[in-house]
Design a protein around this ligand. Structure first.
Ligand code: ADP
Length: 673
């Protein structure tokens, strides 16, 4: 990632948008998870609270049941119409069984104590304050009891002991009847602490803290339990008793593990953790994707820039020949916009109408699966304005990522400029050739004048003779037996001979169009022989020509090839122009040779018996302007080689036997396209 400061602003809007979405998603998810955990906690608390309330209700039930049972036990004391003594025994027995009762009294109708028994488990409760000081509660309870005609309870009150401690007690007054008449009261004093302690030992009671409280929450009596945590759940329930009501408070202590005590909370938490992990993984994956996307966009931009900068036209076609892709260079080349080309099938709009059949055939071959030549092929396309231009096409199969061919990819080079330069160089080459030919003729001027001299001298002498005869009169000729007609014929013959010499020079010099045509080798030789002979006569060279009988015509630019033969023949004759070369033979021969494969060549050789070529001359032989002759131009051999190579052949040289040099060049029998 780049740390350049300005880069953040340059992010595309889609990235910002995506980031915002992600942030919102994360926030929502975090809020949802927090809410889930909170709800689970609330649910959990509600569950615990509910359970506690049920427990408290049960405990209240237990307390009330215990009070009711005790009322029955107290009533049982009176069943057998007891005497105070027997009553005392039964009451003491009862107190032994019920620790919560601290005292039982049998009182008469005016609430005077007939007899009373204290609990054997503790010191008599009222010893310190005196029973008379607690009469008001008893009185109230008994008044209520009489009104109800059933048991009634007083409100609870505190009885202090001598040691500063004390006990919270509650009076129960049970009215007695005998034969439908009031027969006194049974008053039982409960110690509230013992009421709690006497509760049946089940888990609810064991695990929770239970207390009787005042309306303001002051605890009157409390049964402790083991505190197992720092969180407390509390509930308060009323214990309704006839004449009064007690408030029972139950506290349940829970530890911190109770924050997630049940499966639901744990499940929600686990799911939240899993969700967050998945989200983190997803975010990582997304980041990888963004990076890949970014890289891909970079690669695409790079490819696009590359395509746009290309001068080579590119075009892709599917296997049905429809155009699936073109680059800007191709559109520029053919002058059609991309929209007009894409999806276009054959014939393509840039095919010149005159070539449609030929190109269609080529396409058929290509679509049949035949690979085009690797080095490409040339073709002609048409621009939108109708102008034609040559192109070089290189095609290759288009293979997709699965390795299946889906079409063809072609690269196009507009070769009009190349063609123009080639034409230009050809023209200058031709001009050079023509100049060289003129130079040759210039060099041959003295030979020409000598050659023309002979017929002209002959004409002149025939004419002088004839004139002399005519001056002597018409009979003089007869007299000397000379036929003037014959003289005239000789004059005509010599004039014709001179004319031929001039024509041969004219033919050679005349610039012709560079047209390739089928020419018999014999014709080539005959065209230059008069010129060769001019020099041969002067240098006393014997010219021998030998054309093998089976040689076929060769397709060539005859002017050029004549020039090559003439140059080689002249060089050969000049190499023998030394006084010590007595045997001066120039041998020009033509034969057919077989090359590699089935290729056939015509081989022209020009052999001399001159001084040969020294090694240092050999190195520079074909360099333009290299010459060893005082009047030479040094262009001959370099032009010869260019011409031969343009025809697809080769020009070499080798020593001749017994002496001299042989220059050999080949021309293919089939023309090179
Ligand atoms: P030029 O004839 O004007 O010198 P060329 O290119 O025809 O130019 O020949 C270059 C040189 O090659 C000649 O000057 C000569 O030295 C050498 N040369 C060409 N042909 C022969 C030959 N048949 N025998 C010996 N030397 C030759």
């Amino acid at each position: 990632m780049s740390t350049e400061p300005g880069l953040e602003q340059e992010r595309p809007p889609s990235t910002l948008h995506r980031r915002t979405l992600w942030s919102v998603l994360l926030l929502l998810l975090a809020a949802m998870l927090a809410m889930l955990v909170w709800l689970a906690g609330v649910y959990e608390t509600a569950q615990v609270q509910g359970r506690l309330e049920r427990d408290a209700e049960q405990t209240v039930g237990d307390v009330q049941a215990a009070f009711t049972r005790n009322v029955q036990s107290l009533q049982a004391l009176q069943y057998s119409d007891p005497t105070p003594n027997s009553w005392n025994i039964d009451a003491a027995a009862m107190l032994r069984e019920h620790r919560e009762l601290v005292r039982v009294e049998w009182r008469d109708n005016v609430l005077q104590v007939k007899t009373q028994v204290d609990s054997p488990f503790r010191m008599p409760v009222f010893d310190h304050i005196g029973r008379a000081n607690a009469q008001s509660e008893v009185f109230l309870a008994c008044t209520t009891a009489r009104r109800f005609s059933g048991p009634a309870y007083s409100s609870s009150y505190f009885v202090p002991f001598a040691d500063g401690l004390g006990v919270q007690v509650l009076e129960l007054c049970l009215p007695l009847q005998s034969a439908g008449q009031p027969a006194g009261y049974l008053v039982a004093t409960y110690a509230l602490q013992e009421v709690l302690d006497a509760l049946p030992e089940h888990p609810t009671v064991r695990n929770n803290e239970i207390a009787f409280t005042e309306g303001d929450g002051t605890r009157l009596a409390m049964r402790r339990s083991k505190r197992s945590g720092s969180h407390v759940f509390t509930t308060q329930q009323l214990v309704d008793l006839p004449g009064t009501s007690l408030v029972l408070r139950m506290d349940s202590w829970r530890g911190s593990p109770d924050l997630f005590p049940n499966v639901l909370t744990a499940l929600v938490t686990a799911m939240s953790i899993a969700l967050v992990s998945v989200l983190v993984l997803l975010a990582k994956d997304m980041r990888r994707r963004f990076k890949a996307e970014h890289d891909l966009a970079d690669a695409l931009a790079f490819r696009k820039a590359m395509e746009d900068s290309l001068v080579t036209g590119l075009r892709a076609r599917d296997l049905q020949g429809r155009i699936t892709y073109v680059n800007p260079a191709f559109c520029q080349m053919v002058g059609f916009p991309e929209e007009e080309l894409l999806g276009h099938s054959i014939p393509a709009p840039y095919w010149p109408p005159e070539f449609v059949d030929e190109y269609q055939q080529r396409q058929m071959i290509r679509l049949a699966g035949n690979s085009p030549p690797r080095e490409g092929y040339e073709s002609v396309f048409m621009r939108k304005d109708g102008s034609r231009f040559p192109v070089l096409i290189i095609e290759a199969p288009l293979i997709n990522a699965q390795g299946v061919q889906t079409g063809w990819m072609s690269a196009f080079l507009d070769i009009s400029e190349q063609r123009r330069v080639e034409a230009l160089s050809r023209t200058s080459q031709e001009r050079l050739q023509a100049t060289a030919r003129l130079a040759t003729v210039g060099e041959m001027a003295s030979l020409l004048s000598h050659e023309l001299n002979q017929p002209l001298a002959a004409i002149s002498s025939y004419a002088t003779g004839s004139l002399n005869l005519l001056a002597d009169g018409p009979d003089a000729a007869k007299e000397f037996g000379v036929d003037l007609t014959l003289a005239m014929q000789r004059i005509a013959e010599q004039a014709e001979r001179a004319g031929k010499v001039i024509k041969s020079v004219h033919d050679f010099v005349r610039r012709r169009d560079t047209l390739r045509e089928a020419v018999a080798p014999q014709e080539l030789l005959e065209a230059i022989l008069p010129l060769i002979n001019l020099q041969a006569r002067q240098l006393a060279v014997v010219v021998q020509t030998e054309v093998a009988p089976d040689v076929p015509c060769v397709v060539c630019d005859r002017t050029m090839v004549e020039q090559v033969l003439l140059n080689l023949a002249r060089n050969a004759m000049q190499s023998m122009d030394q006084p010590h070369f007595l045997e001066r033979v120039l041998r020009i021969s033509v034969r057919r040779v077989h090359g590699e494969g089935r290729k056939q060549w015509l081989e022209f050789s020009v052999a001399d018996m001159g001084g040969g070529i020294t090694p240092d001359v050999q190195l520079q032989l074909f360099n333009p302007f290299f010459t060893t002759k005082a009047e030479g131009m040094g262009l001959g051999l370099s032009l010869c080689r260019t011409v031969v190579e343009q025809h697809g052949g080769a020009l070499v040289f080798k020593p001749n036997v017994p002496q001299g040099t042989v220059f050999v060049f080949t021309l293919p029998i089939r023309a090179v396209a």
